[in-house]
Write a protein that binds this ligand. Sequence first.
Ligand code: NDP
Length: 323
Amino acid sequence: MKAIRIHSLGGPEVLQLEDVPEPAPKEGEAVVRVEAAGVNFIDVYFRTGLYKGPALPFTLGQEAAGTVAAVGSGVADVAVGDRVAYAGVHGAYAELAAVPAARLVKLPAGVSTRQGAAAMLQGMTAHYLACSTYSLKEGDACLIHAAAGGVGQLLCQVAKLRGARVLGTVSTEEKAQLAREAGADEIIRYDQQDFAAEVKRLTGGHGVQVVYDGVGRATFDKGLDSLARRGMMVLFGQASGPVPPFDPSLLNTKGSLYLTRPSLGHYIATAEELQRRAEDVLGWIAEGKLKIRIGLELPLAQAAEAHRALEGRRTTGKVLLIP
Ligand code: NDP
């Protein structure tokens, strides 16, 4: 079968399409015939070595949807032929992927396989950020960076479902339009404007209750200045680079702030929590409450181009690879 493997850490050029042996399911595993694999910023971190992956060479990719092709012993919850999706297991940039069956979620009728592949990682992230890390409620205002991105568009929508006012940052007019369509009430062009000053102006000087920051180095400091007293900085990624070490007493001087650095893995650690979050997200999609916007779909062989576009800020919404 074909898979995108890396033999060394580095730029997009290390992504290579190769013939590799088909996986056989071990005990507790299912083999999924991948119909669409999600591209996520975390794939860039594993490719460059910012996050430590399995021993080289390995197959990149953390998210896919498709059909169960085979099951190992002890697997009772899924069967051959089921349409399934998953996130958080290495090896998705491939025609077939062996996945612990407990990590699979069945796709309901009304959710296409492509939507499933697009919804799992970024959709459950939007869900835990807005519903668990800082549980948004009516009357809250939040700042969402990169609001037209994969997580960004979904987070805007979930924040609106929870009744919050959404301020979103973007870097182009096209992205501004997409963030508005995703529900952002106010758009800030952080490439042109001082976003902290804009947040203060738009909130009557108070600031927002929560900043959702997946951009990192470029936005972190000013994000702290955008928070209301006792507000929460949710640093969930570093698309612009990692945030350098900082002095915790800043949280005091800037208003008894809270800081958390969450990961999806810790919010879907148990099978029960995984299924509950996935059911919410997939249910919203089936009901039309959550719109998945697939901004770019490329053949598996063009994984490097997908990474260049994602890192080059040229993508909006979801990026998929089709084996
Ligand atoms: P996006 O689709 O949001 O792409 C990244 C966006 O970040 C770009 O489109 C761009 O939007 C913005 N950006 C700002 N500065 C830069 C820069 N220097 N280089 C590249 N992009 C930049 O990606 P994802 O939705 O996949 O991920 C968004 C963030 O969420 C990432 O940091 C990712 O790691 C994180 N994440 C964290 C999870 C967790 O559980 N902790 C789970 C999932 C994602 P613009 O042009 O508008 O500035």
